[in-house]
Design a protein around this ligand. Sequence first.
Ligand SMILES: [Cu+2]
Length: 75
Amino acid sequence: MITFHIQDMTCGHCASTITKAVKEAAPDATVAIDLKQHQVSIETKTMTTAELQEVLVEAGYTPVQTAVSAVREGS
Ligand SMILES: [Cu+2]
């Protein structure tokens, strides 16, 4: 599973735009969105992290990949 932090995902519309964009690019993908945390978790076997990131950027957002081991570090 790949998790991105997307600060500019701020409402349900953003969430559905992102979900749709990811599923169009990777039909097998499972997309879980945590709007409060501005987080998107994607499970897919057909796309790499870099490719997913590109899809999110093309959808108009600014994804930052969250390293699983570093999620709770800082702040
Ligand atoms: Cu929005």
